[in-house]
Design a protein around this ligand. Structure first.
Ligand SMILES: Nc1ncnc2c1ncn2[C@@H]1O[C@H](COP(=O)(O)OP(=O)(O)OP(=O)(O)O)[C@@H](O)[C@H]1O
Ligand SMILES: [Mg+2]
Length: 263
């Protein structure tokens, strides 16, 4: 039996009257690339922020590497890298070089390892020309790449990515996909959210759809197209997008409507 690296059990999280996570249960097996998808506002970022220990659930528990996040948060975070949805956690008044060095030092890497890894990361992400520029002056995609470099410098066993492709050009996105696949080959576990469903289909071993704070669908990615769409005709789904639309459609009126006054 594969070990579950992340175990989310009956987690609730509200913001005032708004229920963001509603008795959420989700287990992520070790060594997989796992896709968490869902409509805007479904609770993906809230889930990731809870895993990152940035938000505390109202109730329920989260275990990572078999340890309780509430009790062993610091030990867990040493082996985890989390890319947040917006890159607001970057220190924008540092240069890229200063930022990456600072992150490496926080993780306790020695000087030689930091220098070596920084060189490789700046080159891999094509940021060498901006290495000494203030992050404030980076473009959106550059910030995303620097944030990615920052979560990889300590070589984490678990990588959690909230919309990593948002803002990346096509070539950069392909590079990120490649490095994620290579990291999986070396035994790492990756949890990823993205609205680019074709990427999710390409990249993941398993996928779950979250809607209104609950998991409403889960499947091995290889089996997606064998899932039955119509019980009578036994018709199967043609794509993850089709499953997504079918499952998350609130009612039959959810088909795209026309805005009359725009026509
Ligand atoms: N800090 C907050 N204060 C109040 N409400 C919040 C806060 N963070 C999230 N929410 C609410 O929680 C719900 C889930 O939001 P969340 O950001 O987790 O969605 P998401 O699935 O990541 O959506 P998206 O695809 O747009 O990124 C939304 O209704 C959102 O308005
Ligand atoms: Mg989000």
């Amino acid at each position: 039996m594969p070990v579950d690296i992340i175990e989310i059990d009956s987690v609730d999280r509200t913001f005032g009257n708004l229920v963001a996570l509603d008795n959420l249960n989700l287990k992520i097996p070790e060594g997989t690339i796992f896709g968490l998808i869902g409509p805007n506002g479904a609770g993906k970022t809230t889930t990731i922020n809870c895993i990152a220990d940035l938000l505390v659930p109202d109730s329920g528990s989260i275990r990572v590497f078999g340890k309780d996040l509430k009790l062993d948060g610091i030990a867990i975070k040493k082996d985890m890298g989390v890319l947040f949805e917006n890159t607001a956690d970057l220190f924008v008044y540092l240069s890229g070089e200063e930022h990456l060095r600072f992150v490496g030092e926080i993780y306790g890497l020695d000087r030689a390892a930091i220098e070596e890894r920084m060189d490789i990361l700046f080159e891999y992400f094509g940021l060498e020309s901006h290495r000494w520029m203030l992050i404030e002056e980076y473009s959106k995609g550059m910030r995303k790449k620097l944030a990615l470099a920052s979560i990889l410098i300590h070589n984490p066993k678990l990588i959690v990515l909230d919309e990593p492709f948002d803002g990346l050009d096509a070539l950069s996105a392909v590079k990120v996909k490649k490095i994620l696949m290579k990291m999986q080959e070396s035994g790492k576990t990756i949890l990823i959210t993205s609205h680019i469903l074709s990427f999710i289909e390409d990249l993941t071993d398993e996928v779950a759809i979250i809607d209104r704070g609950r998991v409403v669908f889960r499947s091995k990615t290889a089996e997606l197209r064998t899932r039955i769409k119509d019980e009578i005709t036994k018709e199967t789904y043609g794509s993850l997008e089709e499953i997504f639309v079918n499952i998350t459609r609130k009612d039959s009126n959810d088909d795209p409507e026309v805005i009359d006054w725009l026509l």
